[in-house]
Design a binder for this molecule. Structure first.
Ligand code: NAD
Length: 511
């Protein structure tokens, strides 16, 4: 049996350098100017399609490498179905017209920076502050080629079926439950989101919680607000020299590891995958080993069947007496009644909880027993920090989400790259350069069935296929191919021929 592959995140995170995909505040608003670059090439749509350039916000269209790289990139124009003007007859010769503007609808008050970035790409962008209902979407969305939503706008199968022009959906948030992903893929509509833009925000909150718990900060501060002076040092600790146990060493866990070490903590972590440690952190073999040895235990696992209920009475019993517990991952991972028992019995000296099995749908009163009979108990416990799922809620994270999703939408619309999509196979080709004048790009979403490549190659047979890449995800496959020696007058015929193939779902030609 071959040795399990170790995941190396060292390249992207280091203790001394700023983490590359996290914007570093440089202006009074606390957000960097560069996240939405106004590089000279940006308004030409000349984004790189190279997979070597991360799609993260700071893959910034403004970096000098990207600028140099993009200068040579040709701006492409889409030859698209339905919505775009049909070729005009010019003295008997069919010439595909340049398409009408790509139209984007942004709802739910998506960041204006994202809207402006998309406008600079030459798109027509309509920006609404509210969410739209299904009926409103069905009435309004058919004229658009892409929509940007947050979590309140539901893109159902009915909405998708009523929008034949829709090419892409950008979820300017973490989750994508609000979109019927499978149905979207079946209609050739790609969906992007931004799952990791707030990792740093969560990691920083955990550091704040570690210090706050070990100094009983929230209790002292609340007492003083109530007029009670209570100067104590018993049970209050420095965090230097203490052991942090991280459960789940992914995007957040690994960043937390770096931050904690810089405070002088020792870090151990448990993950189902073998992952290369950062700094002097050490991976342990079992969850119990971590629980037995950590002064602070912080959870950073996804909510999946394996992790639901993974921390309960048995696991709290395994922890050191007087240890602290933190959950900023997902509510269903922890048995909160068992946590209340562990704090009441003084087994644990405190805990921080940002996520709950059931959470109120809106701000305001409502954090009560309706969400679980343990809630009233939790509200009375000493040294328990409860926060309303704010781990990732920072200005920087919101801006990074806007930048990442706007960039992903642009790359797909302009160049066909589906890297980072949640419902499509991830396919990309290096850019067509300005020297490649008679090159066109075929973007062909099709049903994943035998014979497709044979059919496409028969159509493209008389041209030189410079590069092509195809991948599938379930029933859907996506082919990108760059063909040289294509006259502009041939574009329509190639398009019609590919569109007419048996497995075609959606074809675009970029030229
Ligand atoms: N509180 C918030 O506002 C907030 C914000 C962002 C993310 N989150 C949550 O934080 C969690 C971690 O996010 P991330 O971006 O670091 O995810 P990630 O996918 O990058 O990392 C998760 C890690 O957990 C590991 N893992 C999976 N199952 C495990 C198990 N049974 N035991 C141990 N390790 C296991 C994975 O191998 C992976 O390394 C997720 O649940 C996410 O939803 C919360």
């Amino acid at each position: 049996m071959s040795a399990p592959k170790t995941i190396n995140r060292r390249a992207s995170v280091s203790a001394s350098e700023p983490i590359r995909n996290i914007p570093i505040p440089t202006n009074p608003r606390g957000v960097p100017e560069s996240a939405f670059s106004t590089s000279p090439t940006a308004n030409t749509g000349a984004l790189s399609t190279s997979p070597r350039l991360a799609t993260s916000p700071s893959a910034s269209l403004g970096s000098s490498f990207a600028d140099r790289h993009q200068r040579n990139v040709r701006t492409l124009h889409a030859y698209l179905p339905n919505s775009f003007p049909v070729p005009e007859e010019d003295e008997g010769v069919a010439t595909p017209t340049r398409q009408g503007k790509v139209k984007l609808l942004l709802v739910e008050n998506i960041s204006l920076d994202a809207a402006n970035f998309l406008k600079k790409q030459g798109y027509e962008v309509d920006h609404l502050t509210k969410a739209l209902s299904e009926a409103e979407l069905i009435a309004k969305l058919p004229e658009y080629h892409a929509i940007g939503i947050r979590s309140k706008t539901k893109i159902t199968a009915k909405v998708i079926d009523s929008c034949p022009n829709l090419l892409a959906i950008g979820c300017f948030c973490i989750g994508t439950n609000q979109v019927d992903l499978t149905h979207a893929a079946k209609r050739g509509i790609v969906v992007f989101n931004s799952p990791f833009s707030n990792s740093r925000s969560v990691a920083e909150l955990v550091i704040g919680e570690i210090i706050s718990l070990s100094r009983q900060l929230i209790d002292r501060a609340s007492e003083l607000r109530a007029g009670i002076w209570n100067k104590v040092s018993k049970g209050c600790w420095e965090i230097r020299g203490k052991t942090l146990g991280i459960v789940g060493y992914g995007h957040i866990g690994s960043q937390l590891s770096v931050l904690a070490e810089s405070f002088g903590m020792s870090v151990i972590y448990y993950d189902v995958l073998p992952i290369m440690p950062l700094g002097t952190a050490r991976q342990v073999d079992t969850l119990d080993e971590l629980l037995n040895n950590a002064d602070f235990v912080s959870l950073h696992v996804p909510e999946i069947p394996d992790t639901i209920g993974m921390i309960g009475a048995e696991q709290f019993a395994q922890m050191k007496d007087g240890a602290f517990f933190i959950n900023n991952a997902r509510g269903k991972v922890v048995d909160l009644a068992a946590l209340a028992d562990a704090i009441e019995s003084k087994k644990l000296a405190g805990a921080a909880v940002d996520v709950f099995p059931r959470e109120p749908g809106s701000n305001g009163p409502g954090f009560n027993e309706d969400l679980g009979e343990f809630i009233p108990r939790l509200r009375l416990l000493p040294n328990l920090i409860m926060t309303p799922h704010i781990g990732g809620s920072t200005e920087e994270a919101q801006r990074a989400i806007g930048s990442e999703v706007a960039t992903a939408l642009t790359r797909y619309l302009n160049f066909g790259t589906s890297l980072g999509s949640v419902n499509f196979p991830e396919v990309d080709l290096r850019a067509i350069s300005i020297d490649d004048e008679r090159h066109i790009r075929v973007c062909h979403v099709h049903r994943n069935e035998p014979g497709v490549l044979r059919a496409i190659n028969a159509i493209l047979g008389s041209h030189n296929i410079e590069k092509q890449f195809s991948d599938s995800k379930g029933d859907i496959a996506y082919l990108m191919a760059d063909i040289s020696g294509v006259g502009i007058e041939e574009v329509k015929d190639i398009y019609e021929a590919i569109k007419g193939t048996r497995a075609n779902i959606l074809t675009r030609l970029l030229y």
